[in-house]
Design a protein around this ligand. Structure first.
Ligand code: RUQ
Ligand code: CUA
Length: 638
């Protein structure tokens, strides 16, 4: 009996499967693939994924392979969630800008590999570069607007030992900035610029080191050398035509544009030898007067990305309007430079002979943009028009492959839809991780749940461990990742609190009895303690016309125990991490009583963490006092 019952049960199950109930084969396959990205609750991802946030002005941090968003790092844009852009320091850093356009994050390197210290990002709109400290995931410096540069698109690309961050200006303008010249004089009066930003090896502090003047091309992307190409940085331009209107057609005339081959060692030497002129305070090298600093190399056609492989022996560039990608042989480039084997010059800059330095042109597909490397001899190129990623074999090629480079194309995979950048962890280092590829796609119609006409961006995770690429997961982000960087999680040592003994802020107060209010003329300094679950002092008096300066110390030393500080109707929201001191300056322009409270859910009595700033009319006599039981008025000079 039992056997018969089992037989019927089995027959029934088979019938259900055959008649199509339950997941389809493709869905089951997808579910199986997704398990590759599964990170159980409470466990950590293997990698950090840092997305540039485009015109959000931020950086998004996700885990890989789960693709889960972990945190947003505000860089060029105020972000109340982290109290960024409200305290005096971050406000000063942002300057008069409230946004930026972040395109290319670049991790700091030592000996050609990521060292986990800093992440640099560019602002294409306002010509700035910022440094994020990876010990606390906070923006510590914003450099710029850079002199003599307008649109820092070709950055942030980091040299092998973080000697420099390379920047190419996207737009050419009359220099120095502030000078007018009619656009009809574009070729003569406008200039492009390549910039080297020096990074202090101890502190990460950035400063503009020197610049190299160029014709008014539009510099697009960059890549730094390593190994045999250590001394070099490479840049593409999409407007060798030097058009200034209707670039869509006018900058697509030539079959080959010119890329730049910059020898930064020789540029350093030129500066040391005094071969420069100061322009807006920066040593600017005229490369026609400093031979060797700059060469051009022809790149087919309207190029975009230019990427150096892990060995530093090959540089790959893609022309958007050419269905192929070109591999340059660094050794041949160096020989050509050495023997001055040129095919001509442009405005005094020698042009390397394409046929002598190009190793081969690989027919990857339509609209190639960017290339990444897996460290196992393979390259992966994003195809904007075909909406695909092509995997292909890097040189050295066999004679058979060389005779027909279609044979070097190994695999293609569809992405949805138009892909821009793609990233493989460590692709720009000596040792790529070579296991995951993230495709960052534009115009992802139909992918997410509908959220209105403007879509989020999609990124798709592709497993590249086997011979065939395999898409395993998809995630969405706010606008708008361009490029990303991936680093092994154990490379980053993130701190959990700011230890009390490392707090060097002269206005920090740690003991409740040291909290105080000090008046000096129209200025009131409040040295305040934030502790679960109160502010000390919590009652403060002032008058209209005063400037009140809050120096608030979160004295907690427990991981994750932040406090906030919001002052009603004064557009102020601070966030203080454990052990942190921040300063907030507020000009008091109207009378009233303004509550302040903690915005971070810090304890069971978080709601009680509040106080009052009572502002008297200006003509009322009496000086600022604190009515708080703790916290005292130390000096009160009327
Ligand atoms: S760009 S989609 Cu701003 Cu990096 Cu190539
Ligand atoms: Cu402190 Cu809520």
């Amino acid at each position: 009996m039992k056997t018969i019952a089992s037989f019927f049960a089995l027959a029934l199950t088979s019938a259900i499967l055959l008649t199509g109930c339950g997941p389809s084969g493709a869905d089951k396959q997808a579910a199986g693939d997704a398990s590759l990205t599964f990170v159980p609750p409470g466990q950590h991802d293997d990698y950090y994924l840092f997305y540039s946030g485009g015109h959000s002005g931020q950086v998004f941090v996700a885990g890989l392979p789960s693709m889960r968003h972990i945190v947003t790092i505000p860089v060029f844009t105020p972000f109340p969630g982290k109290g960024y852009g409200f305290d005096d320091k971050s406000r000063a850093m942002l300057g008069n800008f409230t946004w930026g356009d972040v395109h290319h994050p670049g991790l700091s390197k030592t000996d050609g590999n990521y060292d986990g210290r800093w992440l640099f990002v560019n602002d294409n709109a306002n010509n700035r570069v910022a440094r994020i400290d990876l010990s606390d995931f906070k923006t510590k410096q914003i450099l710029g607007p850079l002199p003599n540069s307008s649109g820092s698109h070709a950055s942030s690309f980091i040299t092998e030992n973080t000697e420099y961050i390379m920047v190419g200006t996207r737009f050419s303008i009359p220099l120095p900035k502030g000078r007018y010249a009619p656009i009809s004089e574009y070729e003569k009066e406008y200039s492009g610029m390549l910039t080297a930003i020096k990074v202090d090896p101890q502190t990460g502090e950035m400063s503009v080191a020197w610049q190299v003047l160029t014709p008014p091309f539009d510099w697009d992307l960059s890549s730094t050398g390593k190994g045999p190409s250590h001394d070099y940085a490479f840049f593409t331009s999409y407007n060798t035509e030097m058009a200034h209107t209707l670039l869509e057609t006018n900058a697509s005339q030539l079959d080959r544009d010119l890329g730049a081959v910059l020898n930064w060692k020789l540029a350093e030497k030129a500066v040391a030898d005094g071969q420069y002129e100061l322009l807006d305070g920066v040593p600017v090298i005229d490369p026609t007067k400093a031979p060797g600093v700059l060469h051009f190399v022809p790149v087919p056609k309207s190029p975009h990305g230019m990427d150096t492989d892990p060995s530093g022996k090959w540089v790959v560039a893609s022309g958007k309007l050419e269905p192929a990608t070109t591999v340059y042989n660094v050794e041949k480039m160096l020989q050509a430079i050495e023997s001055k084997d040129y095919s001509g010059e442009k405005l005094g800059i020698p042009i390397l002979n394409f046929d002598k330095v190009a190793e081969g042109v690989v027919p990857v597909g339509l609209g190639p943009l960017h290339t990444q490397f897996d460290g196992k001899g393979n390259a992966y190129t994003s195809l904007f028009i075909d909406s695909q990623v092509t995997k292909w074999k890097m040189p050295p090629w066999t004679d058979e492959e060389r005779a027909n480079l279609e044979k070097a194309v190994l695999d293609k995979i569809d992405v949805h839809y138009n892909i821009g950048h793609l990233v493989i962890g460590g692709s720009d280092t000596r040792e790529p991780y070579g296991d995951w590829l993230v495709a960052m796609n534009k115009q992802a119609v139909g992918r997410p749940l509908p959220v209105g006409p403007e879509l989020p961006e999609t990124s798709q995770l592709i497993d590249i461990r086997g011979p065939k690429m395999r898409m395993v997961a998809e995630a969405f982000t706010d606008k708008e990742p361009h490029f990303a960087q991936v680093i092994r999680a154990d490379k980053i040592k993130a701190r959990e609190v700011y230890p009390k003994d490392e707090n060097k802020d002269p206005n920090a107060v740690w003991a409740l009895e040291d909290a105080k209010v000090t008046r000096d003329g129209d200025r009131i300094d409040v040295n305040m303690v934030a502790i679960r679950s109160r502010f000390v002092p919590d009652n403060i008096e002032a008058k209209v016309g005063d400037t009140i300066v809050f120096h608030i110390t979160n004295v907690e030393q427990i991981p994750g125990l932040g406090h906030g500080f919001s002052l009603n109707e004064h557009n102020l929201n601070g966030v203080l991490d454990p052990g942190e001191t921040k300063t907030y300056t507020v000009k008091l322009d109207r009378p009233g009583v303004f509550p302040f409270y903690c915005t971070v859910f810090c304890s069971a009595l978080h709601q009680e963490m509040q106080g009052y700033l009572a502002v008297k009319p200006a003509d009322e006599t009496g000086s600022a006092e604190t009515a708080s039981a703790e916290g005292k008025t130390v000096s009160s000079k009327p």
